[in-house]
Design a protein around this ligand. Structure first.
Ligand code: IPE
Length: 263
């Protein structure tokens, strides 16, 4: 019962559904609207969401990204897992209220890392829910690491593994800016948005970083996206804060954003 031909893979970035600068702050109105845009598209999707301020603040404070060092980190790890679950509950609730049946698949239970790399994701569980017509929702989380005890599993690592398995028609990243810029648009007023990013454009971008982010900057994310395009579909980066853009991207319409294409 393979139904992967029309799959769309959507990441709701942590900077879209949360206020990334303020610990545990949900943007519930944005989340409600995005859930409705997913619902009204009628598309078959898998949803991945970031952790935003439900994950990064505490994960950095307890230095979780480098793995287990001492017992003092354990309450921090538990706190992050608790916080990202609270966010995830808000996401699956918003989807259900919008009429989309979904199920939570936490990486702490279905994924394994090895030295920070995603080494196992129980994709059969994702596939079974997809076949049933229930949308799998996974997210940036703390996960077991075979070498380091635990680590941080990012939404982008999950996106890559899911893209490889499901060959989605389109891979959509919802961020808090219109697309990928040649410099940070929240700092530089003259930042220019790139219509297309490929290997060459990525190598020429200046490197800056704005806020605490334990899973890497936009460059790491772009590297991941470039690899993902090799699995078939195109990747687009759009602004999830602008009403209608996710709906348009899901319908395959031309939308303001950046297309990431392979070399
Ligand atoms: C981060 O996940 C996970 C934790 C910090 C626990 P992501 O890297 O996918 O989150 P965002 O989208 O950047 O917020």
């Amino acid at each position: 019962m393979l139904q992967t031909f029309s799959m769309m893979l959507v990441k709701l970035g942590g900077s879209v559904i949360t206020d990334k600068m303020a610990y545990r702050t949900l943007r519930d109105e944005v989340l409600r609207r995005l859930a409705e845009e997913i619902s009204s598209s009628g598309e078959r999707v898998i949803v991945v969401h970031g952790a935003g301020s439900f994950g990064h603040v505490m994960a950095a404070q307890h230095r979780l990204q480098n793995g287990f060092r001492d017992n003092a980190q354990l309450l921090g790890a538990a706190q992050v897992m608790e916080d990202v679950r609270a966010l995830n509950l808000a996401v699956i609730t918003a989807l259900r209220k919008a009429g989309v049946p979904s199920v939570s698949l936490p990486p702490s239970a279905v994924a394994r890392l090895s030295e920070g790399e995603l080494s196992m994701l129980d994709l059969s569980v994702f596939r079974r829910y997809v076949d049933l017509g229930i949308v799998p929702v996974t997210f940036g989380d703390v996960a077991l690491d075979d070498r380091r005890g635990f680590g941080i599993c990012s939404g982008d690592q999950l996106m890559e593994s899911l893209a490889k398995e499901f060959s989605p028609r389109r891979i959509i990243f919802c961020t808090d800016v219109d697309g990928v810029f040649d410099s940070d648009p929240n700092i530089e007023s003259g930042a220019i948005m790139l219509q297309n990013v490929d290997r060459g454009t990525l190598d020429r971008l200046p490197r800056t970083q704005r806020c605490a982010d334990v899973t890497g900057s936009i460059f790491a994310k772009l590297e991941t996206m470039l690899r993902m395009t090799s699995f078939g579909g195109e990747a687009v980066v759009i602004n999830g804060l602008k009403p209608g853009r996710l709906a348009a991207a899901l319908k395959g319409e031309e939308v303001v954003g950046t297309k990431v294409t392979g070399a």
